[in-house]
Design a protein around this ligand. Structure first.
Ligand SMILES: *Cc1c(COP(=O)(O)O)cnc(C)c1O
Length: 398
């Protein structure tokens, strides 16, 4: 397929590229949308054709684990949105992260990871340890500790931005030269930002991850994950994925492409509503502290202003009171569902001390800022006034 077959709308505004970016203009059967190729394998007219395909003289799909036209269309679109050469789609965000780390690293090597990364990513270090890959956790933003953590055998630096639930923003303008100086691959989980709010590839990051389960899919109806970066690095990861089979499937890819069309619209709304809610919460007498990088009170506000176009849809806050008050507040909310996850059109609310950090002891939770009174709110696309009225009635009852 030639270059002209794809829309390169990246030069336009965010909504234009969300719709047209990476899209093949002439699709199968002149369909406007990407068809779902529900097939496990592909036909070759002859053994000669197969040989030509193997020699790279012909483009052809071979077998479902190695590729699928609908999944490929999603990958091309994801690469376009992040401004990367290429992208790969996986069965979940964790599947993307696991596949990439196992593909890139070998026994005896060392990984440095920011301690506030997604919990399952941090837990993956135990898995890597079983294969002789050592990990060191570093407190986010502590460049002295980061410097000390680097060893001769360190190969990868893994960070996330913004993070969950305190919305720390990693300073990419400092991390990129740091990684270059130490010859490390810099990997960023950009799930909370999306390509609308932040494009780490353009800042010089090597590989960018998204849990597409969150904003990219955007409708709380699919599980997928992606990685994007330079061509050869992505190709090497694809060859590893072909072996271990962590690929996505055509139905999921279809839903993801459909979700991506409205990514910019949704993000603009979610950025705006979350900022409005964060400001409203900050002025509320029953709120002790609000964590949102769009607020001047957030420690990473200056970095976020420099590096991000919007601050995303997640707002976390400590309410005044105790565990019981926080639990009852969450139960009083009527619009958001009480559910893990984030980034969809439906607002979701979570109580981290009970839901995602219940396996830690209370002192261990407090050490990382997970107080009993912390509430995490993932803003959907509902009207800001309705969400605020709902928060107000819940505060009135506690
Ligand atoms: C949810 C999430 C993941 C994991 O993605 P899954 O699709 O649930 O496997 C990774 N990183 C971040 C920041 C996430 O929020």
């Amino acid at each position: 397929m030639s270059e002209e077959d794809f829309s390169t709308a990246a030069a336009g505004g965010p909504s234009t590229w969300a719709v047209h970016g990476g899209e093949e203009r002439r699709k199968h059967a002149k369909s406007v949308t990407t068809p779902i190729a529900q097939t496990a394998t592909y036909v070759f007219d002859s053994l000669d054709e197969f040989e030509e395909y193997k020699q790279g003289k012909r483009t052809h799909f071979e077998y479902g684990r190695y590729g699928n036209p609908t999944v490929r269309a999603a990958e091309v679109k994801l690469a376009a949105l992040d401004g990367a050469d290429d992208a790969l789609l996986f069965s979940s965000g964790m599947s993307a992260i696991t596949t990439v780390l196992l593909a890139m690293m070998r026994s005896g090597q060392h990984l440095v990871i920011m301690e506030d990364c997604y919990r399952r990513t941090v837990q993956l270090c135990d898995v890597l340890g079983k294969f002789g890959i050592a990990c060191t956790g570093v407190s986010p933003g502590d460049f002295e500790a980061l410097e000390r953590a680097i060893r001769q055998e360190t190969r990868v630096l893994f960070a996330e931005s913004p993070t969950n639930p305190h919305l720390h923003v990693a300073d990419l303008d400092r991390l990129v030269p740091f990684a270059r100086q130490h010859r490390l691959r810099l990997l960023i989980d950009s799930t909370f930002a999306t390509p609308v709010n932040q494009r780490p590839i353009e800042a010089g990051v090597d590989l960018v991850f998204h849990s597409a389960t969150k904003y990219l899919g955007g409708h709380n109806d699919l599980m997928a994950g992606s990685v994007c970066g330079r061509g050869p690095m992505v190709q090497a990861i694809k060859e590893f994925r072909d072996v271990i089979g962590t690929n996505s499937d055509p139905n999921t890819a279809y839903l993801l492409i459909r979700g991506l069309k409205t990514l910019a619209l949704r993000m603009e709304r979610q950025n705006q509503t979350a900022l409005e809610i964060a400001r409203w919460l900050e002025g509320h007498s029953k709120v002790r502290k609000v964590f949102y990088p769009g607020l001047a009170s957030h420690p990473d506000h200056a970095v976020a202003m420099r590096q991000m176009k919007g601050f995303g849809g997640v707002v976390s806050f400590d309410i005044e009171g105790d565990l019981e008050r926080a639990r009852s507040f969450v139960h009083q909310l009527r619009l958001p569902y009480l559910a893990p996850s984030l980034g969809g059109v439906e607002s979701l609310v979570s109580h981290p001390a009970t839901i995602s950090y219940s396996d830690l002891s209370r002192p261990d939770r407090l050490a990382i800022g997970i107080t009993d009174e912390l509430v995490r709110y993932s803003v959907g696309i509902e009207d800001a006034g309705d969400l605020i009225a709902d928060l107000e009635q819940a505060f009135d009852k506690v």
